[in-house]
Design a protein around this ligand. Structure first.
Ligand code: S3P
Length: 455
Protein backbone atom coordinates (compact mmCIF):
# COMPACT_ATOMS: atom_id res chain seq x y z
CA UNK A 1 0.00 0.00 0.00
CA UNK A 2 2.71 2.42 -0.99
CA UNK A 3 0.08 5.07 -1.87
CA UNK A 4 -0.93 5.72 1.73
CA UNK A 5 0.25 5.48 5.30
CA UNK A 6 -1.07 2.89 7.72
CA UNK A 7 0.37 -0.07 5.80
CA UNK A 8 0.10 -3.43 7.56
CA UNK A 9 2.80 -5.73 6.13
CA UNK A 10 2.01 -9.44 6.43
CA UNK A 11 3.84 -12.68 5.78
CA UNK A 12 2.18 -16.01 4.96
CA UNK A 13 4.25 -19.17 5.48
CA UNK A 14 3.72 -22.64 4.04
CA UNK A 15 1.73 -25.10 6.17
CA UNK A 16 1.37 -28.89 5.90
CA UNK A 17 -2.41 -29.02 6.31
CA UNK A 18 -5.58 -26.91 6.22
CA UNK A 19 -8.63 -28.29 7.99
CA UNK A 20 -11.80 -27.19 9.77
CA UNK A 21 -14.89 -25.08 9.19
CA UNK A 22 -15.44 -21.40 8.57
CA UNK A 23 -18.42 -19.17 7.84
CA UNK A 24 -17.44 -16.33 5.53
CA UNK A 25 -18.97 -12.87 6.07
CA UNK A 26 -22.09 -11.63 4.31
CA UNK A 27 -22.16 -10.97 0.59
CA UNK A 28 -20.81 -7.51 -0.16
CA UNK A 29 -23.03 -6.83 -3.18
CA UNK A 30 -26.16 -7.79 -1.27
CA UNK A 31 -25.10 -5.88 1.85
CA UNK A 32 -24.73 -2.59 -0.07
CA UNK A 33 -28.10 -3.12 -1.72
CA UNK A 34 -29.88 -4.04 1.54
CA UNK A 35 -28.76 -0.76 3.13
CA UNK A 36 -29.56 1.35 0.08
CA UNK A 37 -33.00 -0.13 -0.58
CA UNK A 38 -33.78 -0.18 3.16
CA UNK A 39 -32.87 3.52 3.33
CA UNK A 40 -35.17 4.24 0.39
CA UNK A 41 -38.11 2.14 1.58
CA UNK A 42 -41.12 3.21 3.59
CA UNK A 43 -41.22 1.50 6.98
CA UNK A 44 -38.72 -0.69 8.78
CA UNK A 45 -36.14 -2.95 7.15
CA UNK A 46 -34.16 -5.51 9.13
CA UNK A 47 -30.95 -7.07 7.84
CA UNK A 48 -29.21 -10.14 9.25
CA UNK A 49 -25.81 -11.38 8.13
CA UNK A 50 -24.74 -7.93 6.90
CA UNK A 51 -21.06 -7.71 5.96
CA UNK A 52 -19.58 -5.32 8.52
CA UNK A 53 -16.59 -4.43 6.35
CA UNK A 54 -15.35 -0.91 5.67
CA UNK A 55 -16.98 -0.67 2.22
CA UNK A 56 -20.43 -1.50 3.54
CA UNK A 57 -20.02 0.75 6.60
CA UNK A 58 -19.37 3.60 4.17
CA UNK A 59 -22.70 2.80 2.48
CA UNK A 60 -24.48 2.87 5.86
CA UNK A 61 -22.95 6.28 6.64
CA UNK A 62 -23.94 7.58 3.20
CA UNK A 63 -27.56 6.47 3.58
CA UNK A 64 -27.65 8.21 7.00
CA UNK A 65 -26.43 11.36 5.27
CA UNK A 66 -29.42 11.07 2.89
CA UNK A 67 -31.73 10.92 5.94
CA UNK A 68 -32.24 7.21 6.69
CA UNK A 69 -32.04 5.99 10.30
CA UNK A 70 -29.72 3.00 10.48
CA UNK A 71 -28.68 1.19 13.66
CA UNK A 72 -27.02 -2.09 14.52
CA UNK A 73 -28.75 -3.91 17.36
CA UNK A 74 -26.84 -5.81 20.04
CA UNK A 75 -28.26 -8.97 18.40
CA UNK A 76 -26.27 -8.22 15.21
CA UNK A 77 -29.47 -7.30 13.32
CA UNK A 78 -29.35 -3.99 11.46
CA UNK A 79 -32.55 -1.93 11.64
CA UNK A 80 -33.25 0.71 9.03
CA UNK A 81 -36.02 3.27 8.95
CA UNK A 82 -36.15 4.50 5.37
CA UNK A 83 -37.29 7.87 4.05
CA UNK A 84 -39.34 6.81 1.02
CA UNK A 85 -37.94 7.39 -2.47
CA UNK A 86 -39.24 10.97 -2.54
CA UNK A 87 -38.17 11.71 1.05
CA UNK A 88 -34.38 11.72 0.77
CA UNK A 89 -32.68 14.95 1.82
CA UNK A 90 -29.61 16.70 0.50
CA UNK A 91 -26.52 15.47 2.38
CA UNK A 92 -24.98 18.30 4.42
CA UNK A 93 -21.40 17.29 3.67
CA UNK A 94 -19.15 15.53 1.20
CA UNK A 95 -19.91 11.79 1.35
CA UNK A 96 -16.71 9.81 1.91
CA UNK A 97 -16.86 6.44 0.12
CA UNK A 98 -13.42 5.06 1.07
CA UNK A 99 -12.41 2.26 -1.31
CA UNK A 100 -15.84 1.21 -2.56
CA UNK A 101 -16.50 1.48 -6.29
CA UNK A 102 -19.79 -0.39 -6.01
CA UNK A 103 -21.20 1.89 -3.33
CA UNK A 104 -20.25 5.14 -5.01
CA UNK A 105 -21.58 4.07 -8.41
CA UNK A 106 -24.89 2.84 -6.99
CA UNK A 107 -25.30 5.99 -4.90
CA UNK A 108 -24.51 8.22 -7.86
CA UNK A 109 -27.50 6.57 -9.54
CA UNK A 110 -29.66 7.27 -6.52
CA UNK A 111 -28.55 10.91 -6.35
CA UNK A 112 -28.93 11.47 -10.11
CA UNK A 113 -32.71 11.82 -10.00
CA UNK A 114 -32.98 13.71 -6.70
CA UNK A 115 -33.55 17.43 -6.98
CA UNK A 116 -30.44 18.35 -4.98
CA UNK A 117 -26.65 18.19 -5.16
CA UNK A 118 -24.48 15.46 -3.64
CA UNK A 119 -20.68 15.45 -3.32
CA UNK A 120 -18.71 12.19 -3.30
CA UNK A 121 -15.03 11.58 -2.46
CA UNK A 122 -12.94 8.43 -2.03
CA UNK A 123 -9.48 7.11 -1.16
CA UNK A 124 -6.53 7.16 -3.57
CA UNK A 125 -7.55 3.89 -5.26
CA UNK A 126 -11.20 4.91 -5.75
CA UNK A 127 -10.20 8.40 -6.93
CA UNK A 128 -8.22 6.81 -9.77
CA UNK A 129 -11.16 4.73 -11.07
CA UNK A 130 -13.26 5.73 -14.08
CA UNK A 131 -16.78 7.00 -13.36
CA UNK A 132 -17.70 7.89 -16.97
CA UNK A 133 -19.52 4.56 -17.32
CA UNK A 134 -22.23 5.75 -14.92
CA UNK A 135 -22.05 9.45 -15.78
CA UNK A 136 -23.06 8.81 -19.42
CA UNK A 137 -26.44 7.09 -18.83
CA UNK A 138 -27.23 9.25 -15.80
CA UNK A 139 -26.60 12.40 -17.88
CA UNK A 140 -29.17 11.10 -20.39
CA UNK A 141 -31.60 10.94 -17.45
CA UNK A 142 -31.03 14.64 -16.76
CA UNK A 143 -28.30 14.71 -14.09
CA UNK A 144 -25.23 16.94 -14.33
CA UNK A 145 -21.78 16.25 -12.94
CA UNK A 146 -18.71 18.22 -11.95
CA UNK A 147 -15.66 16.04 -11.52
CA UNK A 148 -11.90 15.95 -11.61
CA UNK A 149 -10.32 15.26 -15.00
CA UNK A 150 -11.11 11.88 -16.53
CA UNK A 151 -14.50 11.74 -14.77
CA UNK A 152 -12.82 10.84 -11.51
CA UNK A 153 -13.67 11.59 -7.88
CA UNK A 154 -14.11 13.92 -6.08
CA UNK A 155 -17.32 14.50 -7.95
CA UNK A 156 -20.59 16.42 -7.54
CA UNK A 157 -23.91 15.00 -8.75
CA UNK A 158 -26.40 17.74 -9.59
CA UNK A 159 -29.63 15.77 -9.59
CA UNK A 160 -32.18 16.14 -12.41
CA UNK A 161 -35.10 18.49 -11.70
CA UNK A 162 -37.27 16.57 -14.16
CA UNK A 163 -35.77 13.09 -14.57
CA UNK A 164 -36.14 11.46 -18.00
CA UNK A 165 -36.48 7.72 -18.61
CA UNK A 166 -33.90 6.09 -20.90
CA UNK A 167 -33.42 2.84 -22.74
CA UNK A 168 -29.72 2.06 -22.32
CA UNK A 169 -27.66 -0.80 -23.70
CA UNK A 170 -24.66 -1.41 -21.45
CA UNK A 171 -21.38 -0.95 -23.36
CA UNK A 172 -19.54 -2.94 -20.64
CA UNK A 173 -20.96 -5.87 -18.69
CA UNK A 174 -21.35 -4.10 -15.36
CA UNK A 175 -23.84 -4.78 -12.58
CA UNK A 176 -22.79 -1.50 -11.01
CA UNK A 177 -23.87 0.51 -14.05
CA UNK A 178 -27.10 -1.48 -14.44
CA UNK A 179 -27.90 -0.94 -10.75
CA UNK A 180 -27.11 2.79 -10.86
CA UNK A 181 -29.63 3.22 -13.69
CA UNK A 182 -32.31 1.14 -11.92
CA UNK A 183 -31.88 3.18 -8.73
CA UNK A 184 -32.17 6.41 -10.74
CA UNK A 185 -35.31 4.96 -12.39
CA UNK A 186 -37.11 4.65 -9.05
CA UNK A 187 -37.62 8.43 -9.03
CA UNK A 188 -38.14 8.81 -12.80
CA UNK A 189 -41.65 8.89 -14.32
CA UNK A 190 -42.04 6.42 -17.21
CA UNK A 191 -40.26 3.23 -18.28
CA UNK A 192 -36.50 3.09 -17.89
CA UNK A 193 -34.86 0.03 -19.44
CA UNK A 194 -31.36 -1.44 -19.26
CA UNK A 195 -30.24 -3.98 -21.84
CA UNK A 196 -27.29 -6.24 -21.16
CA UNK A 197 -25.59 -8.44 -23.76
CA UNK A 198 -24.12 -10.66 -21.07
CA UNK A 199 -26.04 -11.13 -17.85
CA UNK A 200 -24.39 -9.63 -14.77
CA UNK A 201 -25.19 -10.32 -11.10
CA UNK A 202 -28.89 -9.67 -10.54
CA UNK A 203 -29.00 -8.85 -6.83
CA UNK A 204 -30.57 -5.43 -7.47
CA UNK A 205 -33.43 -6.93 -9.44
CA UNK A 206 -33.95 -9.72 -6.87
CA UNK A 207 -33.89 -7.33 -3.95
CA UNK A 208 -36.19 -4.77 -5.58
CA UNK A 209 -38.75 -7.59 -5.74
CA UNK A 210 -38.15 -8.36 -2.06
CA UNK A 211 -38.88 -4.68 -1.32
CA UNK A 212 -42.25 -4.93 -3.04
CA UNK A 213 -41.87 -4.25 -6.77
CA UNK A 214 -44.09 -6.62 -8.72
CA UNK A 215 -44.06 -7.51 -12.41
CA UNK A 216 -46.14 -4.49 -13.37
CA UNK A 217 -43.25 -2.27 -12.19
CA UNK A 218 -40.10 -4.36 -12.66
CA UNK A 219 -39.84 -6.69 -15.65
CA UNK A 220 -36.97 -8.89 -16.77
CA UNK A 221 -37.14 -10.29 -20.30
CA UNK A 222 -34.52 -12.66 -21.68
CA UNK A 223 -33.64 -13.57 -25.24
CA UNK A 224 -30.63 -15.87 -25.42
CA UNK A 225 -27.88 -14.14 -23.45
CA UNK A 226 -29.61 -10.75 -23.90
CA UNK A 227 -31.53 -9.36 -20.91
CA UNK A 228 -33.83 -6.33 -20.79
CA UNK A 229 -34.68 -5.04 -17.33
CA UNK A 230 -37.33 -2.35 -17.23
CA UNK A 231 -38.66 -0.35 -14.32
CA UNK A 232 -41.73 1.89 -14.41
CA UNK A 233 -41.28 4.86 -12.13
CA UNK A 234 -41.87 6.55 -9.88
CA UNK A 235 -41.98 3.50 -7.63
CA UNK A 236 -42.16 3.20 -3.85
CA UNK A 237 -40.37 0.46 -1.90
CA UNK A 238 -41.64 -1.11 1.31
CA UNK A 239 -39.48 -2.27 4.22
CA UNK A 240 -38.46 -5.93 4.17
CA UNK A 241 -36.28 -8.45 5.98
CA UNK A 242 -33.05 -9.34 4.20
CA UNK A 243 -31.04 -12.38 5.26
CA UNK A 244 -27.63 -11.88 3.63
CA UNK A 245 -25.83 -15.15 2.83
CA UNK A 246 -22.03 -15.60 2.80
CA UNK A 247 -20.07 -13.95 0.01
CA UNK A 248 -18.88 -16.39 -2.69
CA UNK A 249 -16.11 -13.92 -3.58
CA UNK A 250 -14.77 -14.15 0.00
CA UNK A 251 -15.30 -17.93 0.15
CA UNK A 252 -13.13 -18.23 -2.97
CA UNK A 253 -9.91 -17.72 -0.97
CA UNK A 254 -10.56 -20.58 1.45
CA UNK A 255 -11.77 -22.76 -1.43
CA UNK A 256 -8.55 -22.35 -3.43
CA UNK A 257 -6.35 -22.63 -0.31
CA UNK A 258 -8.07 -25.92 0.62
CA UNK A 259 -7.68 -27.30 -2.93
CA UNK A 260 -3.96 -26.49 -2.98
CA UNK A 261 -3.16 -27.59 0.60
CA UNK A 262 -1.09 -30.78 0.91
CA UNK A 263 -3.64 -32.34 3.29
CA UNK A 264 -6.87 -31.75 5.19
CA UNK A 265 -10.49 -30.91 4.41
CA UNK A 266 -12.28 -27.57 4.73
CA UNK A 267 -15.99 -26.79 5.05
CA UNK A 268 -17.09 -23.28 4.10
CA UNK A 269 -20.60 -22.70 5.38
CA UNK A 270 -23.49 -20.63 4.05
CA UNK A 271 -22.12 -19.57 0.65
CA UNK A 272 -24.41 -17.74 -1.81
CA UNK A 273 -24.64 -19.64 -5.10
CA UNK A 274 -26.44 -17.16 -7.33
CA UNK A 275 -25.80 -18.63 -10.81
CA UNK A 276 -24.41 -15.27 -11.96
CA UNK A 277 -21.66 -15.55 -9.31
CA UNK A 278 -20.48 -19.16 -9.68
CA UNK A 279 -18.01 -18.89 -12.58
CA UNK A 280 -15.01 -19.61 -10.34
CA UNK A 281 -16.54 -22.77 -8.86
CA UNK A 282 -17.31 -24.00 -12.38
CA UNK A 283 -13.76 -23.23 -13.54
CA UNK A 284 -12.15 -24.91 -10.52
CA UNK A 285 -14.29 -28.01 -11.09
CA UNK A 286 -13.14 -28.09 -14.73
CA UNK A 287 -9.56 -27.89 -13.44
CA UNK A 288 -10.16 -31.04 -11.39
CA UNK A 289 -11.04 -29.43 -8.04
CA UNK A 290 -12.94 -31.57 -5.53
CA UNK A 291 -15.68 -29.19 -4.33
CA UNK A 292 -18.88 -30.68 -2.97
CA UNK A 293 -22.00 -28.55 -2.54
CA UNK A 294 -23.82 -29.79 0.56
CA UNK A 295 -27.04 -28.77 2.28
CA UNK A 296 -28.41 -26.69 -0.61
CA UNK A 297 -31.14 -24.29 0.50
CA UNK A 298 -32.61 -20.77 -0.02
CA UNK A 299 -31.85 -17.56 1.94
CA UNK A 300 -32.49 -13.88 1.20
CA UNK A 301 -34.10 -14.84 -2.13
CA UNK A 302 -30.88 -16.62 -3.23
CA UNK A 303 -29.69 -20.22 -3.37
CA UNK A 304 -27.00 -21.10 -0.81
CA UNK A 305 -24.97 -24.19 0.17
CA UNK A 306 -22.04 -25.33 2.31
CA UNK A 307 -18.89 -26.15 0.33
CA UNK A 308 -16.71 -29.14 1.28
CA UNK A 309 -13.26 -28.88 -0.31
CA UNK A 310 -10.52 -31.52 -0.48
CA UNK A 311 -6.92 -31.20 -1.77
CA UNK A 312 -6.83 -31.78 -5.53
CA UNK A 313 -4.31 -31.99 -8.36
CA UNK A 314 -5.43 -29.25 -10.77
CA UNK A 315 -4.78 -28.94 -14.48
CA UNK A 316 -4.77 -25.80 -16.62
CA UNK A 317 -7.85 -24.75 -18.60
CA UNK A 318 -9.06 -22.19 -21.11
CA UNK A 319 -11.53 -19.91 -19.30
CA UNK A 320 -14.20 -18.79 -21.80
CA UNK A 321 -14.49 -14.99 -22.14
CA UNK A 322 -18.29 -15.08 -21.71
CA UNK A 323 -17.77 -16.40 -18.18
CA UNK A 324 -16.12 -13.14 -17.08
CA UNK A 325 -19.14 -11.41 -15.47
CA UNK A 326 -19.85 -14.43 -13.25
CA UNK A 327 -16.31 -14.55 -11.82
CA UNK A 328 -15.02 -11.02 -12.33
CA UNK A 329 -13.76 -10.60 -8.75
CA UNK A 330 -12.28 -14.10 -8.64
CA UNK A 331 -9.58 -13.89 -11.33
CA UNK A 332 -6.83 -12.97 -8.84
CA UNK A 333 -7.42 -16.13 -6.79
CA UNK A 334 -7.96 -18.17 -9.97
CA UNK A 335 -4.46 -17.07 -11.01
CA UNK A 336 -3.09 -18.65 -7.81
CA UNK A 337 -4.89 -21.93 -8.61
CA UNK A 338 -3.53 -21.73 -12.18
CA UNK A 339 0.02 -21.24 -10.85
CA UNK A 340 -0.28 -24.56 -9.01
CA UNK A 341 -1.93 -26.43 -11.89
CA UNK A 342 -0.32 -28.76 -14.39
CA UNK A 343 -0.23 -27.07 -17.80
CA UNK A 344 -1.38 -23.74 -19.15
CA UNK A 345 -4.36 -21.62 -18.08
CA UNK A 346 -5.56 -18.90 -20.42
CA UNK A 347 -7.94 -16.09 -19.42
CA UNK A 348 -9.43 -13.68 -21.96
CA UNK A 349 -12.36 -11.25 -22.13
CA UNK A 350 -11.52 -9.92 -18.69
CA UNK A 351 -10.27 -6.42 -19.59
CA UNK A 352 -12.46 -5.00 -16.80
CA UNK A 353 -9.81 -6.28 -14.38
CA UNK A 354 -7.68 -3.32 -15.38
CA UNK A 355 -10.11 -0.84 -13.74
CA UNK A 356 -10.89 -2.60 -10.46
CA UNK A 357 -9.45 -1.55 -7.07
CA UNK A 358 -6.12 -1.85 -8.91
CA UNK A 359 -5.08 -2.95 -12.40
CA UNK A 360 -5.49 -6.57 -11.37
CA UNK A 361 -3.88 -8.06 -14.47
CA UNK A 362 -0.69 -6.08 -13.90
CA UNK A 363 -0.75 -6.56 -10.12
CA UNK A 364 -1.13 -10.35 -10.43
CA UNK A 365 1.55 -10.53 -13.12
CA UNK A 366 4.13 -8.62 -11.05
CA UNK A 367 3.28 -10.57 -7.90
CA UNK A 368 3.43 -13.99 -9.56
CA UNK A 369 6.72 -13.10 -11.26
CA UNK A 370 8.12 -12.14 -7.85
CA UNK A 371 7.12 -15.64 -6.66
CA UNK A 372 8.74 -17.46 -9.58
CA UNK A 373 5.63 -18.15 -11.69
CA UNK A 374 5.66 -17.62 -15.49
CA UNK A 375 2.78 -15.35 -16.53
CA UNK A 376 2.16 -13.56 -19.79
CA UNK A 377 0.09 -10.41 -19.49
CA UNK A 378 -2.48 -9.72 -22.26
CA UNK A 379 -4.66 -6.64 -22.68
CA UNK A 380 -7.78 -8.51 -21.54
CA UNK A 381 -6.37 -11.41 -19.55
CA UNK A 382 -3.30 -13.53 -18.92
CA UNK A 383 -1.66 -16.88 -19.66
CA UNK A 384 -0.08 -18.80 -16.78
CA UNK A 385 2.28 -21.75 -17.14
CA UNK A 386 1.41 -23.80 -14.08
CA UNK A 387 4.19 -25.19 -11.87
CA UNK A 388 2.51 -28.61 -11.73
CA UNK A 389 1.84 -28.55 -7.98
CA UNK A 390 1.52 -25.89 -5.29
CA UNK A 391 4.71 -27.07 -3.57
CA UNK A 392 6.56 -26.52 -6.86
CA UNK A 393 5.76 -22.78 -6.79
CA UNK A 394 8.97 -21.15 -5.54
CA UNK A 395 7.23 -18.34 -3.56
CA UNK A 396 9.60 -16.19 -1.51
CA UNK A 397 8.45 -12.95 -3.14
CA UNK A 398 7.49 -9.55 -1.75
CA UNK A 399 4.26 -8.47 -3.37
CA UNK A 400 2.85 -4.97 -3.88
CA UNK A 401 -0.93 -5.00 -3.40
CA UNK A 402 -1.75 -1.48 -4.71
CA UNK A 403 -4.42 -0.96 -1.99
CA UNK A 404 -6.34 -3.93 -3.38
CA UNK A 405 -7.94 -6.34 -0.90
CA UNK A 406 -8.28 -9.21 -3.35
CA UNK A 407 -4.63 -9.00 -4.46
CA UNK A 408 -3.64 -9.06 -0.77
CA UNK A 409 -5.75 -12.14 0.07
CA UNK A 410 -4.71 -14.00 -3.08
CA UNK A 411 -1.00 -13.74 -2.29
CA UNK A 412 -1.53 -14.68 1.35
CA UNK A 413 -3.16 -17.88 0.02
CA UNK A 414 -0.14 -18.44 -2.23
CA UNK A 415 2.15 -18.18 0.79
CA UNK A 416 0.20 -20.94 2.61
CA UNK A 417 0.93 -23.49 -0.12
CA UNK A 418 4.11 -22.45 -2.00
CA UNK A 419 7.62 -23.73 -1.22
CA UNK A 420 8.66 -20.52 0.59
CA UNK A 421 6.76 -17.73 2.43
CA UNK A 422 5.17 -14.81 0.58
CA UNK A 423 5.15 -11.25 1.95
CA UNK A 424 2.69 -8.48 1.08
CA UNK A 425 3.25 -4.76 1.56
CA UNK A 426 -0.09 -4.31 3.33
CA UNK A 427 -3.15 -6.23 4.36
CA UNK A 428 -4.95 -3.09 5.57
CA UNK A 429 -7.45 -3.14 2.70
CA UNK A 430 -8.63 -6.67 3.54
CA UNK A 431 -10.95 -4.98 6.05
CA UNK A 432 -12.99 -3.53 3.17
CA UNK A 433 -14.52 -6.93 2.32
CA UNK A 434 -13.36 -9.64 4.76
CA UNK A 435 -12.30 -8.21 8.14
CA UNK A 436 -11.83 -11.68 9.71
CA UNK A 437 -9.79 -13.15 6.85
CA UNK A 438 -6.47 -13.60 8.67
CA UNK A 439 -8.15 -15.06 11.77
CA UNK A 440 -10.27 -17.45 9.66
CA UNK A 441 -7.28 -18.67 7.65
CA UNK A 442 -5.12 -19.12 10.75
CA UNK A 443 -7.93 -21.12 12.37
CA UNK A 444 -7.79 -23.48 9.39
CA UNK A 445 -4.06 -23.90 9.99
CA UNK A 446 -2.48 -21.05 8.01
CA UNK A 447 0.47 -19.07 9.40
CA UNK A 448 -0.21 -15.44 8.50
CA UNK A 449 1.44 -12.82 10.70
CA UNK A 450 3.36 -9.55 10.57
CA UNK A 451 6.90 -10.22 9.26
CA UNK A 452 9.02 -11.30 12.22
CA UNK A 453 5.86 -12.01 14.25
CA UNK A 454 4.16 -15.27 15.15
CA UNK A 455 0.89 -16.49 13.60
C1 S3P B 1 -20.44 -5.46 -8.16
C2 S3P B 1 -20.25 -5.61 -9.49
C3 S3P B 1 -18.94 -5.93 -10.10
C4 S3P B 1 -17.92 -6.40 -9.08
C5 S3P B 1 -17.96 -5.60 -7.82
C6 S3P B 1 -19.35 -5.68 -7.19
C7 S3P B 1 -21.78 -5.13 -7.66
O1 S3P B 1 -18.44 -4.78 -10.73
O2 S3P B 1 -16.62 -6.36 -9.62
O3 S3P B 1 -17.01 -6.06 -6.89
O4 S3P B 1 -22.05 -5.32 -6.45
O5 S3P B 1 -22.62 -4.69 -8.45
P1 S3P B 1 -18.91 -4.40 -12.23
O6 S3P B 1 -20.39 -4.40 -12.20
O7 S3P B 1 -18.39 -3.04 -12.51
O8 S3P B 1 -18.30 -5.44 -13.09
Amino acid sequence: MSESSGAVPLKSSPVPRLAGEITVPGDKSMSHRALILGGLAIGETTVSGLLEGDDVLHTAAAMRAFGARIERGGDGIWRIRGCGVGGLREPANVIEMGNSGTAVRLLMGLAATMDFTTFFAGDASLSARPMGRVLTPLSHMGAHFVSRSGNRLPLAVIGAETPQPVEYRLPVASAQVKSAILLAALNTPGITAVIEDRPTRDHTENMLRLFGLDETVLRVETQGSLRRISLTGPAELHGAHVDVPGDPSSAAFAVVAALLAPEGEVLVRNVALNPLRTGLLQTLSEMGGDIEKCNRRQAGGEEIADLRIRPSALHGVEVPPERAPSMIDEYPILAIAAAAAKGRTRVSGAGELRVKESDRIAAMARGLEACGVAIEECEDGFIIEGCGAASAIPGGGSVTTHMDHRIAMSFLVLGMVAARPVGIDSGAMIATSYPGFVADMNRLGARIAPPGGRA
